[in-house]
Write a protein that binds this ligand. Sequence first.
Ligand code: GLN
Length: 197
Amino acid sequence: MLKVGVLALQGAVAEHLKCIEKAGAIPVTVKKTEQLADLDGIILPGGESTTIGRLMNLYGFIGGLKAFHEEGKPIFGTCAGMILLAKEIEGERPHLGLMDINVERNAFGRQIDSFEAELMIPGVAVNFPAVFIRAPYVKETYGEARILAKYNQKTVAVEQGTLLATAFHPELTDDPRIHAYFIEMVKKAKQRRLLVK
Ligand code: GLN
């Protein structure tokens, strides 16, 4: 069975663990880099990207996750997790710098702190109930990044090889389709890794 971790330094961890289990994989709470070797994929949850980034630095996850990516293991970032994956963050230095996107934090304004919207995500889900909480948006994609979904002309979901990122929180709804899509990515990546070995 596939093992999929959730980086548990700060943020919305428990809900992702449940979604992974529902999608048919073994969920793992990840607090140490040593755990990465045993995983087939990992989710970087929402929370506060500055805080998570600082803790990632402190506990060796910047190098650990870059190596994880190099090995061909999929990473899915939701909300703050998307910010952590980005090569560019408006006005700030990047964290992992893996994804060919430029993101802007808290991009939907202070008045509308959080909201829900139905998204059309071709190939993934029709009418996905997306929950946005002080969400970032993708200002620009380049290189290998592919836009998966937009909301009000703003890009809110992207994919790039073994990387997936959403500005919203798919773990906060009962809709399992995005997690199922990620688990499928993890499965295919594992098959590829086994072929190469
Ligand atoms: N606003 C947060 C940040 O910039 C992200 C919010 C979230 O993950 N829900 O890090």
